[in-house]
Design a protein around this ligand. Structure first.
Ligand code: G3P
Ligand code: CA
Length: 241
């Protein structure tokens, strides 16, 4: 089965990394819902992509310099459209409550830096809702993945990459990851690494194929899923095939 991965939720119909984007992803048939986790100054995991709140809220400053209460006052919807005014940056807790009630699995990206205690706190929230078996925890940072492995060895892990290189296969093996997720172009242009990962039993889910014409070559290259902003369109495309 090709995983239909909602990148930051169904992020073309609702503001990325918000509860409406996650609800829309579930309605649109996502099999995995991806979101980004950062930790506030007072240690609360929240769901936001950038290091700062500047782009996606009406506030300013770095997430780790702000408290959860300060972030909770921000408007995370107006930048996307007037109909979304007043949306909040969700906490991880709120996000997991919503997704736990749905049928999809979770693709939890931990943005670095993340201390061991922060990783423990994120994993504990998954465990609290019995979501460990339904989650893949991914990161661009190998040290974050080592912490996840130490805290919860049985949780599936994904290594995010900015590009395949000679060390990709060996690093994937060392980290014991289930997925290795590179940019689209690498899947199409590095058949050797693709083949080596597949031979090692590692699934490849490229980010972020938003050009529907490009989906067929990726599927033919053997990807395990597509991490896209167009998850509803991807569901339709799969169902029509
Ligand atoms: O899941 C892959 C993708 O989310 C990685 O890039 O920058 O969107 O977090 P980014
Ligand atoms: Ca992400």
């Amino acid at each position: 089965m090709l995983h239909r991965v909602a990148h930051r939720g169904y992020s073309t119909v609702a503001p990325e990394n918000t509860l409406p984007a996650f609800a829309a992803a579930l309605r649109a048939g996502a099999t995995l819902v991806e979101f980004d986790v950062r930790v506030t100054r007072d240690g609360v995991p929240v769901v936001i992509h950038d290091r700062t709140v500047n782009r996606t809220t009406n506030g300013s400053g770095r997430v780790w310099d702000l408290t959860a209460d300060e972030i909770a006052t921000l408007d995370a919807g107006s930048w996307f459209g007037a109909g979304f005014t007043g949306l909040r940056v969700p906490t991880l807790s709120e996000t997991l409550d919503l997704l736990a009630a749905g049928p999809a699995e979770l693709l939890v990206e931990i943005k670095p830096p993340a201390t061991l205690d922060e990783v423990k706190s994120i994993v504990a929230q998954l465990a609290h809702r019995d979501l460990l078996d339904r989650s893949v925890v991914q990161s661009f940072d190998a040290d974050v993945l080592r912490k996840v492995r130490d805290v919860a060895p049985d949780v599936r892990r994904g290594l995010l990459l900015f590009r395949f290189d000679a060390e990709t296969v060996e690093l994937s093996r060392e980290l014991g990851v289930t997925y290795c997720n590179p940019p689209v172009a690498d899947v199409l242009h590095d058949a050797e690494t693709m083949a080596a990962l597949r031979a090692a039993g590692v699934g490849v889910m490229p980010w972020t194929p938003n050009d529907m014409a490009g989906w067929r070559p990726l599927v033919d290259a053997g990807v395990a899923g597509l991490i896209t902003d167009l998850v509803g369109e991807l569901t339709g495309w799969v169902n029509a095939a």
